[in-house]
Each structure stands twice: as structure tokens, then as C-alpha cells.
Write a protein that binds this ligand. Structure first.
Ligand SMILES: [Zn+2]
Length: 68
């Protein structure tokens, strides 16, 4: 169960909410508003191996860049 960070659109408070299902909308603990937006603080689930997948040295220029 991931924990996401939310910001209330009404009072501006930020809070963390544990989301059990993707359709579940959290509620602001300050003003009980449900007009909240999720912040882009990704939980620790990111394998930072590039977005295209696989091993990334395919540009053929001999370096280790991502120039292609
Ligand atoms: Zn609020």
C-alpha cells in the first residue's frame, strides 16, 4: 500500500495518505475537503534504470551517455 503526499486545494495543507485503492480519494485532515491533489513525490518504488527499459548502452558512440 503506497503512501502518497497530497495537497489540499482549499486550505493548502499538505499531508500524507495511505491509499488502498486508486479510486479512493483522501480527505484533508485540516478542513475535511476532498479537493486535494496528489503531489509528485514518488514512493520508493522507482527502479531508476532509465525509462525505456533494458540496458541503456545502445547509441554506438562508445560513451556511456544517453545521446540517442
Ligand atoms: Zn484543507
Amino acid at each position: 500500500m503506497p503512501i502518497y503526499e497530497y495537497k489540499c486545494n482549499k486550505c493548502g495543507a499538505t499531508f500524507e495518505a495511505l491509499i488502498r485503492s486508486s479510486s479512493e480519494a483522501p480527505q484533508c485532515p485540516e478542513c475535511n475537503s476532498k479537493e486535494v491533489g496528489r503531489l509528485m513525490s514518488a514512493p520508493a518504488a522507482s527502479h531508476s534504470e532509465g525509462s525505456s527499459g533494458g540496458h541503456s548502452h545502445s547509441c554506438g558512440c562508445g560513451c556511456n551517455c544517453h545521446c540517442h
